[in-house]
Design a protein around this ligand. Structure first.
Ligand code: FAD
Length: 308
């Protein structure tokens, strides 16, 4: 079974991490400005950790809405939240003007006695979002929120099997998810296998590959332990033995661009770039991919008309 190619132009999105100190804030504002120039369809804002980190996510979303042309996709996680607090957050997002939510279970607390929250799985959060949005259908002009979910090219660390992950993805679609974004992966066939298995199981929503340009071996190891995905040994070796930062950057960009291109060749509907708030890698990947950007084309068309 092959993956059907889409007639629509590929989507482009970036993932941002809320800044928690002044230096990080300054750097993220620069990244936002640089990424805005590529006209992404949306930028996603992660949500996790302490109260301060979560607050920083909400502040970043507000900044994006008020001060940029970017459309935020708000990540929302069940861990450490009650049903009521999740409901409040969904209502808050709607009132801010957020129209897309990535519904996640979230990373479990490292403290085994830490409260996991009222919802054990992302599915319940999707159902809550669908419930709350009906209350707001006037504000949403009768429309709905776009609800995304996580998908796993490599077995989720808590899952008994890859097939179980696919069943969970199907359950999330049945609960109301509109699309999925994958966890990071390093071999092209991992994305393709996931999509083929998902389609076979009955999953019909778009599955967007999540790709990360990695240029630092240290960051590679940190990422691997954070998401439970073993680093690709060839890429790890190339990064470790590279003789300069410029060479490491080139290796990381080429690997990410190759991964995204292979996913497109296999029918991927778009690409989601994990930026780690370092825009240079993502911009270089985009340049290599030469994606058609319809919004940019439309803007140019209107600009040309206005000039006549
Ligand atoms: P779920 O789909 O609920 O799955 C969690 C686990 O439970 C899986 O092992 C699954 O197999 C199992 N499971 C689900 N349903 C059932 C069921 N009915 N019965 C038995 N087992 C079940 N984390 C953050 O904290 N903040 C973020 O901002 C964030 N952003 C992310 C963005 C993307 C694109 C991705 C891919 C991941 C992100 N994560 C984030 C990580 C994510 O929260 C973790 O991977 C988390 O461990 C699982 O989340 P989930 O939404 O996939 O959970």
């Amino acid at each position: 079974m092959s993956i059907a190619a889409s007639a629509a132009p590929p989507s482009l999105s970036y993932e941002l991490y809320p800044p928690v100190n002044r230096a990080a804030s300054e750097s993220i504002f620069k990244s936002i400005e640089a990424l805005e120039s590529t006209d992404p369809d949306y930028v996603s804002v992660t949500y996790s950790g302490t109260h301060t980190r979560r607050r920083a996510s909400l502040d970043l979303i507000e900044h994006l809405i008020q001060n940029t042309r970017l459309r935020p996709l708000a990540h929302l996680t069940c861990v450490g939240e009650s049903k009521q607090s999740l409901e409040n957050l969904i209502r808050h997002f709607i009132s801010l003007g957020v129209r897309g939510v990535l519904a996640l279970r979230g990373d479990l607390p490292t403290d085994p006695d830490g409260w996991r929250g009222e919802f054990p799985f992302a599915r319940y959060l999707i159902e809550l979002i669908r419930e709350v949005e009906t209350d707001h259908s006037a504000a949403l002009a009768g429309g709905r929120l776009g609800v995304g979910v996580a998908a796993y090219p490599i077995q989720h660390p808590e899952s008994p099997s890859f097939d179980h992950d696919v069943e969970v993805l199907l359950g999330k679609e049945r609960s109301g998810a509109n699309y999925a974004i994958t966890q990071v992966y390093f071999r092209p066939e991992e994305y393709t296998n996931l999509v083929i298995a998902a389609r076979k199981a009955g999953v019909s929503i778009p599955i967007i590959p999540g790709v990360i340009p990695l240029s630092s071996p240290k960051r590679f190891d940190r990422l691997a332990s954070m998401v439970g995905v073993a680093p690709d040994p060839l890429l790890a070796h190339a990064l470790e033995t590279a003789s300069s930062d410029a060479e490491r950057h080139k290796i990381g960009v080429n690997a990410a661009a190759n991964l995204a291109q292979r996913a497109f060749d296999d029918g991927a509907p778009g690409v989601h770039l994990y930026t780690f708030n370092d825009h240079r890698g993502s911009l270089d990947v985009i340049e290599k991919l030469e994606l058609p950007r319809t919004r940019a084309l439309a803007n140019n068309m209107w600009a040309e008309r206005a000039a006549v």
